[in-house]
Design a protein around this ligand. Structure first.
Ligand code: NG6
Ligand code: CA
Length: 515
């Protein structure tokens, strides 16, 4: 409907404006813009390689996500650049590995904006190409200048200063205060007579905390998460005020779908880029009533079903607007999975035979593949090999240069230094992909993957993630070398047997990290 209407408008404009050269060019531009594919990027949080049925899960069914794979390409060798959220997102948006910039580990809830506003960014590239660019959902890349976010005034710089035309965000994470949405530069529904106060160092105000008033909790923390209680859940950080602005944990996905819908509908005469960055399936896992108890795996399974619902709703909007044939839908995750990530929500007790990492070693935070190897599906109507599986090596840092190539936008020298044009991988023409990639674990240590081999840089750190999620970090003081083709679960360290291979990969990794 929309496309047809725009074409007709364009033609009518052209006829009406005969003789008026400028207007003619403008209407031609409309037609041209309509040929540019819209991009909807559904970026999920902490969803593992084995968490959805298209990647082999059998105790849970995700038919709507699976439908993307049926119509698109499912990638078996795609990586986030990190095993935690902030650095992965930094790389996705800037085309740089995050470890090149200090302070890009998991961001505090009152962090300053981590992306330099002068940098080339993925939304900035798309904006240059004429796209309406929007982000809806989790941000977690800091807000505000060096003093941090001005919660009660104009919150800037943020998404709008790095290339987004519209933003409706969870400032950090669902488990960090303030528990409010920020639309463009302001907190939504903020009553000026009830200002928001936030402190990450000490208690501020009188709202109860999980530590002092555990009897008020509906979900109890297992690690940390014992500061201010909001909606019966104690969070990381202290807050008070902004009562009218607090989100409702049970309706976050509905709110994000609604805002996505409005954004898509408002982009009628322009191609659009929507980064829908879901809260699911991060903690606290509070499923809506529609999904509570439906998975048999407790809240973690229920929010996977809820995520599948989100995908269904987004696809429905695209279908209703007749945009399915001209929209690239990307589905992926920012890092690997975790069961107990700080709340007693029975994730570990009820997981049964389900394997969140699909058998990969480690998980969120880890140097092993469970940390950064993620599910990735692309539904691209023009792609070759619909319904196929691609084993090409791919890093999320590559989206920037792939889409800039697609749209013919030049990237300045010295920008997006780690991003490679992988357009042919994304549209199914190339099955090999990158020569190599690097991913980082929490605390920063790096792993280098090349040609089916993985080298993990020695690091003197704890063997297990220290605060209790029961995940192996992958840290060893000696080099580790794995043959990912024969040993995808990284069980057999071949470093002692193959010192030349270790030396070769060390040297090649050094060229990337020092280059
Ligand atoms: C950790 C939190 C964890 C989660 C993570 C960030 C504790 C004990 N754990 O510090 O719950 O919030 O940070 O997750 O506080 S991420 O997906 O945004 O990287
Ligand atoms: Ca995450």
């Amino acid at each position: 409907m929309t496309i047809k209407r725009s074409y007709i408008i364009a033609i009518l404009l052209g006829i009406a404006m005969v003789g008026c050269k400028e207007q003619k060019e403008k209407s031609a531009q409309v037609v041209q813009d309509k040929k540019k594919p819209n991009i909807v990027f559904i970026y999920t949080d902490d969803l593992g390689y084995g968490d959805i049925s298209s990647y082999g899960a059998t105790t849970i069914s995700t038919p709507n996500i699976d439908a993307l794979a049926k119509d698109g390409i499912l990638f078996t060798n795609a990586y986030a650049t990190a095993a935690t959220c902030t650095p992965s997102r930094y790389s996705l948006l800037t085309g740089d590995y995050a470890w090149r910039k200090k302070g890009t580990g998991v961001a505090a809830g009152d962090e300053s904006l981590l992306i330099d506003t002068r940098k080339t960014t993925l939304p900035g590239i798309l904006k240059t190409a004429g796209y309406n660019t929007g982000i809806v959902g989790k941000w977690h890349l800091g807000l505000g200048d060096e003093n941090g976010p001005n919660w009660n005034g104009k919150i800037s710089p943020g998404p709008l200063e790095i290339g987004f035309d519209y933003s409706y965000i969870i400032p950090a994470t669902g488990d960090r205060v303030p528990c409010v949405f920020v639309e463009n530069h302001h907190i939504v529904n903020l009553d000026p007579s009830d200002p928001v106060k936030v402190n990450y160092k000490e208690k501020i105000g009188n709202w109860p905390t999980g530590k002092e008033n555990p009897e008020l909790l509906t979900m109890k923390p297992s690690q940390g998460h014992n500061n201010t209680i909001v909606n019966g859940i104690s969070r990381i950080g202290f807050m008070e005020g902004g009562k009218a602005a607090l989100w409702d944990d049970e309706t976050i996905p509905m709110e994000l779908v609604d805002k996505s819908k409005k954004f898509i509908n408002s982009s009628k005469d322009q191609p659009f880029f929507l980064l829908l960055s879901t809260h699911d399936i991060h903690v606290p896992r509070v499923a809506n009533k529609m999904f509570q108890g439906k998975s048999g795996m407790g809240p973690r399974g229920d929010v996977i079903l809820q995520l599948d619902w989100t995908v269904k709703e987004i696809m429905k909007i695209l279908e209703t607007q007749n945009l399915l044939d001209n929209t690239i839908v990307v589905f992926s995750s920012d890092n690997g999975p975790v069961l107990d990530d700080g709340y007693h929500d029975q994730a570990r007790e009820l997981v049964g035979d389900h394997k969140p990492t699909g058998g990969l070693r480690g998980g969120k935070y880890s140097s092993y593949d469970g940390g950064a190897k993620i599910p990735m599906i692309i539904r691209w109507p023009d792609a070759k090999g619909k319904g196929s599986i691609s084993n090409a090596l791919f890093s999320q840092v590559d989206f920037l240069r792939s889409f800039s190539t697609l749209l013919g936008v030049d990237v300045d020298k010295g920008q997006a230094v780690d991003s490679q044009n992988m357009l042919a991988v994304l549209n199914g023409e190339d099955q090999s992909g990158r020569g190599s990639l690097i991913h980082e674990s929490f605390q920063g240590p790096l792993s280098y993957i090349e040609n089916g081999w993985k080298y993990i840089l020695p690091h003197d750190g704890p063997k297990m993630v220290p605060w209790g999620p029961k995940i192996e970090t992958g840290f060893e003081t000696k080099p580790q070398l794995y043959n990912l083709v024969e040993d995808p679960n990284e069980q057999d360290n071949l470093a002692n047997e193959m010192p030349e291979k270790v030396a070769e990969l060390q040297e090649k990794m050094g060229i990337v990290t020092q280059g």
